[in-house]
Design a protein around this ligand. Sequence first.
Ligand code: AMP
Length: 417
Amino acid sequence: MAQSVKGTRDLFGSELDWFQRIEDTVRRSFHRHGYSEIRTPILEEIEVFKRSVGESSDIVHKEMYDFFDKGKRHVAMRPENTAGVVRAVIQHQLLATSDPQLLYYIGPMFRYERMQAGRYRQFWQIGAESFQVSTPESEAESLVMLYDFLRELGLAQLTFSINSVGTPECRPAFHEAFRAFFRTREAEFCEDCHRRIEENPLRVLDCKNARCQAALEGHPVLVDFLDPASLEHHVRLKEILTTLGLPFEENPRLVRGLDYYTRTAFEVLSTDLGAQSALLGGGRYDGLVKQLGGPQVAAFGWSIGLDRLVTLMQQLHGKAPRQAPPVLIPLGPAATLKALELARGWWAAGLDVVLETRGVKLKNALTTANRQGAPLALILGDGELDQGVVAVKDLTAGTQETWALDTVQERLADLRG
Ligand code: AMP
């Protein structure tokens, strides 16, 4: 029997309920802030990722689903969506005026990952990207949207971890100081860090190796090397977060290792499930649009794993609350035709009703209704039809009453509240 491809899964039932609830919350709360959805293709030319995420990154180097299509184009299934969004805003000249572009996306991403708990080869991300906004206030706006969205999902113990990675202009001085520091204790760093200190020193700061983290004690910090404007930006963002009551801590080791990142880098940490863990990350990437062939514009964004959020929701709240609709059970062909007409009117009035269409015996139909968690069964036999009523069985209490057919719509609407 065919099985889903390793690392992918089918979404249905209560897991999908959570996906949809979160997606609804995203749309509602992001639209409130004036963000519009963007949907870019899953397939992109591989260059889009090579030129943005970078050829040397694990994502591009090891984890990309790339292949040559029948027209011999080298394409990849997107491993993330920022590059695609940037490609799209350039292609469609959305940055032709100086107006801000506030965009968000929700969609599947693909990475050929080693299998482990919570990591999939097809997974979902939600992200927000704002273009042509360069102020700390614009970052705060995006962070407020993110924070309030996570709070709306019931996550209460959230802290922003923030840093500034400066600009390409102020980084050489930091690199020099940092390399000098590294040399004083180079034997304590792992082999990868020895490579990183040459290629991209910032990456040493977020090495996962505990020995390297210990060796970093007392390292020079980027914030001390910021140009005056970047420092002012950083100080202002902290001021705003303080005023707005968004909890944050500074983390001088928080870096986004790619060259196009500038100034603000952040993560959201949560202790909602015990040990503190990073829920997501993001930052300012003023260099990326140009790097992908567009104009020099300011940009800020972040992305969060939806699968991860769903797991959190399940652990915190169990199943997504869902009320199964009442079931209308007609008995016999005449009642079934009438039931179709009645139900159609109720559906048109915006009411939820499941119609039993199998023509099975009442006992069978009630068993199914019970299994589906229906609160009520509306039973319509020829006798009820003649009298213009329906028998209504409360499936929780086991009681039964009779409703006049012309009152059902109103009663169902009242029940829904
Ligand atoms: P990244 O793009 O690696 O910074 O990840 C951004 C978000 O996507 C994080 O919240 C991760 O939890 C999530 N994520 C990344 N890779 C996977 C994966 N293979 N399976 C599930 N979630 C993932």
